[in-house]
Design a protein around this ligand. Structure first.
Ligand code: GLN
Length: 486
């Protein structure tokens, strides 16, 4: 499918209707889903209705917004009124939200056409989308491999052209990591830029919603549509939102001096050599485009994974206490008292990884261990933040690989959760510090699997990240390659 801007042009020139564009996405979904499984729920009827509404506006001579009539996928941990929202969990199997999340409401208002709810690791816990209670999603570049996670359905759907753009959520890397594995652009905004109202909470101090696109421009347009203050989210920031897409320029020099810091601790041991080479070449390319390259040290970066895997499960254990079989969602049948109803519901409704996190989190928060684990992890979080603050005194943007490897085979890491957790090494510190981070395609390995370059920005400098990523993208051809799905 074409880009948002191209489709918008076609719509306003009446070369194509929104219904035709939507039907093209739905046809592709129907053809590819038996192989890919990117979606948990396809909203065929609603999508066509939304598209017809856009066509009616065009026919009436009304102006339409840039996203009107554009097919979009929504990660299934965002509440959509009247449409099932399962978080890929058994425990929310029958849950149909009575309200709309702020992000999806904004998208509805913009005229975007939701084609379906995309697959994820249960409650966004994981890095491969294999933790979904319903099905696993395949990587469009190699169907035997994972798309990454937890927003693997959104990333795969965009890479495979089942929709033009998609929405994901990122607690420790869940937008950037699958973007890297699937060869698309993925952005985690500054904490508080996008409202979390209606996003099913995993770890509230880390969760952030963000866009996926096949290009930097598409992602920038989508972020503009979902960013902004929301009184329904007490952590939502009250700040002006720049027009990200309008400020994109292929010439990096046009915006003045730009200093990019390469985080030295992200190179070396544990990093696949092909990822190292590819990312190094991408950084050389940024230099040739006019950026000054500096080597920067973030010595506490490597403590991100251990502190995150205390903080995130702790918050999750509190957030997931609400699933008890009483208020909504699944209730285990055949129990004869309240306590066994609670325990049976939670024992059978949650999957292994979710239960593991609830147990770790409950342990870390318990009276005797709170100081040793949770409090210490929070202190480490502050140190990591300070590393970034120091780095940003010297440079404008930081660069490193998004993930140390390319996509792995399905099933390869299922029995070893720690090896899965380690893949988050380079994305987690960004969430701990609340900063914006973006993954942009920067090459392929010998098996034809995509590799991502991660750019990390100062608080609320999404504009800078998009600008750097755009200049890079426009000087390369990686984003033009498409997976051949057979
Ligand atoms: N892979 C990380 C985890 O399992 C990150 C998940 C996320 O960002 N939602 O916690």
């Amino acid at each position: 499918m074409a880009s948002i801007r191209e489709l918008h042009e076609q719509l306003i020139k009446k070369e194509r209707s929104a219904v035709e564009i939507t039907q093209e996405a739905l046809d592709r979904i129907q053809a590819l889903e038996p192989k890919l499984h990117s979606f948990l729920y396809v909203t065929t009827q609603q999508a066509l209705e939304q598209a017809r509404a856009v066509d009616a506006k065009i026919a009436a001579g009304e102006e339409i917004g840039i996203l009107a009539g554009i097919p979009i996928g929504i990660k299934d941990n965002m509440c959509t009124k009247g449409i099932p929202t399962t978080c890929a969990s058994e425990i929310l199997k029958n849950f149909v939200p009575p309200y709309e999340s702020t992000v999806t409401q904004k998208l509805v208002d913009s005229g975007a056409v939701m084609v379906g709810k995309t697959n994820l690791d249960e409650f966004a816990m994981g890095g491969s989308t294999e933790n979904s209670a319903y099905h696993t999603t395949a990587n469009p570049w190699d169907l035997s491999r994972v798309p990454g996670g937890s927003s693997g359905g959104s990333a795969a759907a965009v890479a495979a052209d089942e929709c033009v753009v998609a929405i994901g959520s990122d607690t420790g890397g869940s937008i950037r990591q699958p973007a890297s594995f699937c060869g698309v652009v993925g952005m985690k905004p500054t904490y508080g830029l996008v409202s979390r109202y209606g996003l099913v909470a995993f770890a509230s101090s880390l969760d952030q919603i963000g866009p996926f696109g096949r290009s930097v421009e598409d992602s920038a347009i989508l972020l503009n549509a979902i960013a902004g203050h929301d009184p329904k989210d007490s952590t939502s920031l009250k700040v002006p939102i720049p027009n990200y897409a309008a400020s994109l320029k292929p010439d990096l020099r046009a915006r003045g001096r730009l200093r990019i810091g390469v985080i030295k601790e992200t190179f070396g041991e544990g990093l696949d050599s092909v990822v190292e080479q590819t990312v190094t070449t991408a950084i050389d390319q940024l230099q040739s485009l006019g950026a000054e390259i500096h080597i920067i040290s973030c010595p506490r970066f490597r403590y991100g994974v251990p502190s995150y895997y205390i903080i995130a499960p702790s918050e999750a254990s509190a957030n997931l206490a609400r699933y008890d079989g009483v208020k909504y969602g699944y209730r285990a049948p055949g129990t004869d008292n309240l306590l066994s109803m609670y325990t049976r519901t939670r024992a059978t409704g949650f999957g292994t990884e979710v239960k593991r996190r609830i147990m770790i989190g409950t342990y870390a928060l318990s009276a005797g261990y709170y100081d040793a684990y949770y409090l210490k992890a929070q202190k480490v979080r502050t140190l990591i933040k300070q590393d970034f603050e120091k780095a940003f005194e010297q440079v404008d943007v930081l660069a490193c690989p998004t993930v140390p490897t390319t996509a792995f085979k399905a099933g390869e890491k299922n029995t070893d959760p720690l090896s899965m957790y380690l893949l988050d090494l380079m994305t987690i510190p960004v969430n701990l510090a609340g900063l914006p981070g973006l993954s942009v395609p920067c090459g392929f390995d010998d098996n034809g699997l995509p590799i991502g370059l991660q750019l990390i920005g100062k608080v609320l400098r999404e504009d800078q990240l998009f600008q750097v990523a755009y200049a890079y993208e426009q000087s390369t051809t990686w984003h033009l390659r498409q997976p051949q799905i057979s």
